[in-house]
Design a protein around this ligand. Structure first.
Ligand code: PMP
Length: 289
């Protein structure tokens, strides 16, 4: 595997960054997780846009233009003959000194890894997954805004550990007010009476790219789509529930905090959205070759 670091392609064993990089020392940086399907990078423009928005929010000057970054992602896939896989794009504050001050960091580092990823076992897509709500809440907007896809994912990692301790793979994270925000690495949707509902971004959800695509697909299929504040009660009493994410795609949820959701099986609306999403991933995107 060849890994892109600051314009060079390095073998896996030589792809290393300094222990003085503030990405390591302080989680100071931003990232994206992107998928390639069938020789195309899916929704690359949206991922690049989100990366630059995250970077702007933390005053991180990315040393490439968005067009150059787009080219670098595609070129890294090409270099690795990646037709189907997962791309991790990371921008760190760069090499600095011990001490927080980002002004000591000369130049942000850009890292692109083109590999594969499997988040959940395939049978969970067939049967549906059980999740729980965990005590760790999403960060406040007034702290590190949860819309920033920063390298500091400890908040979500703690929630993930709490999910694992409860014997499940994913967790619902509430915000400080107790409304449903999202999961540790996925956005959450419910279907109720034929309507598709997902928490609003101000509830603490990431501006999920898959979330946006699913809302578009549902609206195009004539479903009413809205983004109200949701409580756990709304989730327990939904007809269907599913999660979305670049890695997970669309995964049905059949149990939440011990409550069976709907029939206890993946619902029809979810299955239709899964089929439409699969169709889209196979044909659209930035060509690699
Ligand atoms: N929420 C969080 C916290 C995430 O890290 C992610 C990405 N893994 C998502 C939601 C899903 O976003 P996307 O569809 O853009 O991958």
């Amino acid at each position: 595997m060849k890994i892109f670091i600051d314009g060079q392609y390095l073998d896996e064993q030589n792809a290393k960054i300094s222990v003085f990089d503030h990405g390591l020392l302080y989680g100071d940086g931003v990232f994206e997780g992107i998928r390639a399907y069938n020789g195309r990078v899916f929704r690359l423009k949206e991922h690049i846009d989100r990366l630059y928005c995250s970077a702007k929010a933390i005053l991180l000057p990315i040393p490439l233009t968005p067009a150059e970054m787009t080219q670098a992602v595609v070129a890294t896939c090409r270099e690795n003959n990646l037709r189907d896989g997962y791309i991790r794009l990371v921008v760190t504050r760069g090499i600095g000194t011990l001490g927080l001050n980002p002004n000591r960091c000369q130049r942000p580092s850009v890292i692109i890894i083109a590999d594969t990823i499997q988040l959940y076992p395939p049978e969970l897509y067939e049967r549906g997954m059980a999740i729980v709500t965990v005590p760790t809440t999403r960060n406040l907007h007034s702290a590190v805004n949860p819309a920033i896809k920063s390298l500091n994912y400890l908040n979500n990692i703690l929630a993930k550990i709490e999910a694992n301790n409860a014997g499940v793979e994913e967790a619902i994270m509430l915000n400080a007010e107790g409304y449903v925000a999202e999961c540790t690495g996925d956005n959450l949707f419910i279907v109720k009476g034929g309507h598709l509902l997902t928490p609003p971004l101000y509830a603490g959800a990431l501006y999920g790219i898959t979330r946006g695509v699913v809302m578009e697909l549902a609206a195009r299929a004539g479903m009413k789509v809205s983004e109200p504040n949701l409580t756990r009660y709304d989730v327990f009493n939904a007809d269907e529930c599913f999660l979305t994410g670049t890695g997970a795609e669309i995964i049905p949820i059949v149990k939440v905090d011990g409550r069976v959701i709907g029939t206890g099986h993946p619902g029809e609306a979810t299955k239709q959205l899964v089929a439409q999403y699969r169709g889209l991933t196979q044909v659209s995107g930035e060509p690699i070759f």
